[in-house]
Design a protein around this ligand. Structure first.
Ligand code: MG
Length: 406
């Protein structure tokens, strides 16, 4: 058998560049056949020169002439070039494994295309799963389709669930045994503002929010970590991935069985507690190459120890509950998850707009939660069963968020 083909969407971002690093370690086992990036064409062309893909996607039609010139300069005149949402979808059907590292709602077309084509989706773009939950659930039922999370917490849960062969996402009617999982503990570093007072939070800057204590990530998710919105969205993500199917009852875990535990060292990436009281945890250093490699190789494992802990110097591991008053985004996300339907799409969209405004210096950090709360108060109770409804919900929530911005 030849190498497994890999498509990397969002290739110039944090997850994308780390995916190229991981794949480069195993050239006999994996081959990158497709790259997609929104802009950053010089970086995209340099990546193409290194991995020699068959197809490249860019964010807009207008970028096609420039990327063609740059590819030609690298001796890659034969590489196919596509653009826009359709291009993103096209490259997401070309490979055995699609690594979706796009930031934000834009990643949805890649998520759906990969699953509908029956591919393995290594998903770092949590927003697509959160915003389009019911639509993605349907796509996951495509024969051959497989979703392996590339989010450190969810990759941890995925591993902890192997401990008992537990399948909390599966009903007895499907031939699975009832789940013995009782709770999931999602760990959070607490972000750069853990322990801050209300007064301190009122004056934090963009630079402060971007200085994450343990993880090096892109700006959007780093700000989300500082507000705990990232953790709130991850609760919804965990429920979509591992929770009981909508309408099913009697076993399996639901949103309120997923608890958030602050763990400043970011060594325990999440835990699963079984009904006999046993807790299984996954531990490693904060290094996204580990979950990326896990998603590529599962059920096998990479030979490179990307996150191995040196236990002779590991020191201590601390745990504490999150401060829900200083970080209201966490409970706003739980509430959206409980409402379900298009509420997660709304909160994700409102958050994207608010975070962008914060990064541009147009919105104080403390107002991010307020903008989101005001948008959510207008949620119309949509069900989000179809892609059109999800796209509609996304643009509606963005419109309200822009209106609410100062
Ligand atoms: Mg995470």
């Amino acid at each position: 058998m030849g190498p497994r083909s890999v498509a990397v969407v969002g290739s110039t971002g944090s997850i994308g560049t780390q995916t190229l690093d991981v794949v480069a370690r195993r050239p006999d086992e994996y081959r990158i056949v497709a790259l997609a990036a929104g802009g950053r064409l010089a970086e995209l062309a340099a990546q193409a020169a290194a991995v020699r893909p068959e197809i490249v996607a860019v964010g807009h039609e207008q970028l096609i002439p420039e990327i063609r010139d740059r590819l030609r300069a690298e001796g890659l005149a034969d590489v196919a070039v596509v653009a826009g949402t359709a291009g993103l979808a096209e490259v997401s059907t070309t490979a055995d494994v699609v690594v979706n590292g796009v930031v934000g709602f834009t990643g949805l077309s890649s998520t759906l295309a990969a699953l509908n084509a029956g591919r393995r989706l290594a998903l770092a773009n949590k927003e697509s799963l959160i915003a389009a939950g019911p639509v993605v659930q349907k796509a996951r039922r495509t024969p051959g389709a497989e979703l392996i999370p590339v989010d450190s917490e969810h990759a941890a849960i995925h591993q902890c669930l192997q401990a008992h062969g537990a399948r909390p996402d599966c009903a007895p009617a499907d031939g699975c045994r009832p789940s013995s999982v009782q709770r999931i503990q999602l760990t959070a570093s607490g972000g750069p503002f853990r322990g801050y007072s209300t007064e301190q939070l009122a004056s934090v800057s963009v630079e402060d929010a971007l200085a994450h204590p343990t993880w090096s990530m892109g700006p959007k998710i780093t700000v989300d970590s500082s507000t705990l919105m990232n953790k709130g969205l991850e609760v919804i993500e965990a429920n979509e991935l591992f929770g009981r199917p909508a309408g099913a009852a009697g076993h399996g875990i639901g949103l309120d069985d997923i608890e958030v535990v602050v763990h400043p060292q970011s060594i325990v990436h999440s835990m699963v507690t079984y009904r006999d009281g046993s807790t299984i945890a996954q531990l490693s250093k904060p290094d996204m190459r580990l979950p990326i490699a896990y998603a590529l190789a599962f059920p096998d494992r990479f030979a490179e120890p990307f996150g191995a802990v040196d236990w002779s110097t590991a020191g201590r591991l601390d745990f504490e509950p999150p401060d829900r008053e200083l970080f209201p985004c966490l409970d706003l996300a739980y509430e959206a998850g409980r409402i379900g339907g298009t509420a997660p799409a709304w909160i994700s969209a409102a958050n994207e707009v608010a975070v962008e405004a914060f990064l541009e210096g147009r919105l104080p950090w403390t107002d991010i939660a307020q903008v989101i709360e005001r948008v959510m108060s207008r949620h119309d109770g949509g069900s989000g069963e179809t892609l059109d409804e999800v796209l509609d919900a996304d643009s509606q929530a963005r419109k309200y968020a822009e209106m609410v911005l100062p």
